[in-house]
Ligand binder design. Structure first.
Ligand SMILES: [Zn+2]
Ligand SMILES: [Zn+2]
Length: 149
């Protein structure tokens, strides 16, 4: 069993807020519902998007604008998930496979795989009907045509 604790730490969206479908990881903090195409972001994705549009933003600005906690932001900075003017030449290694990486905690492949594991777990939960989310009430059928663009 993989330790997925850190993924939860960043509030990875697992279930679509619109239709209750499984959210699939698209890369750099972005997710898309496999059912209706709704896009959502984890803390990293939210903070990153905000910083892109507001260079020079402080942790407090980010928290106010995105709701991502400063604690979470500081942790991302420490892990170099968020880029600040960096003089560091430290090489990091993927915590899962040991490959050399330039930032973050996992290499791209491992991060992808971890997300695939989360998605599979979520599908399993959905199959068992134990999502714990009471969202399935609205227009699922009408939304299905947006699935495969
Ligand atoms: Zn959806
Ligand atoms: Zn790896």
């Amino acid at each position: 069993m993989e330790d997925l604790g850190l993924m939860d730490y960043y509030h990875v969206p697992r279930v679509c807020k619109q239709c209750g479908g499984v959210m699939v990881y698209r890369g750099i903090g972005e997710y898309q519902c496999e059912e209706c195409g709704y896009e959502d972001y984890d803390d990293y994705g939210k903070a990153r998007r905000y910083i892109e549009k507001n260079s020079g933003a402080t942790a407090m600005d980010i928290e106010n604008a995105t709701g991502v906690s400063q604690k979470s932001i500081r942790r991302m900075l420490r892990e170099a998930r968020l880029e600040v003017a960096s003089t560091s030449k430290v090489f990091l290694h993927c915590e899962r496979c040991g490959k050399e990486i330039r930032s973050g905690q996992y290499c791209d492949e491992c991060e992808m795989q971890l997300h695939r594991t989360i998605e599979e777990q979520q599908r399993e939960l959905q199959r068992k009907g134990k999502t714990g989310y009471g969202i399935r009430e609205q227009g699922d059928e009408g939304r299905r045509r947006f699935i495969h663009e």
